[in-house]
Write a protein that binds this ligand. Structure first.
Ligand SMILES: [Zn+2]
Length: 75
């Protein structure tokens, strides 16, 4: 979670910044992979957040900042 907070996870957009050669596309959908996309916007992430919402009645975060500001505070 610290890596997510600092936005230093080796997502494809960060790998490309480090001269990695490969597709920037998300493994789960057709969008480019960023931290925001992978943890918040990707359809798979949205499914997981909805599952958590149904199971624990915790609203899904809308951003990485929101994840740390409000979402974790609600747990
Ligand atoms: Zn995706």
């Amino acid at each position: 979670m610290w890596f997510v907070h600092k936005q230093v996870i080796l997502t494809k957009d960060n790998l490309i910044k480090r001269w990695w050669v490969g597709s920037s596309r998300c493994c789960f959908c057709v969008h480019d992979e960023t931290i925001q996309h992978l943890f918040i916007e990707c359809p798979l992430a949205r499914l997981l957040w909805r599952t958590i919402h149904i199971a624990f009645n915790i609203n899904p975060p809308t951003s990485i900042e929101g994840l740390f500001r409000t979402w974790l505070a609600g747990i």
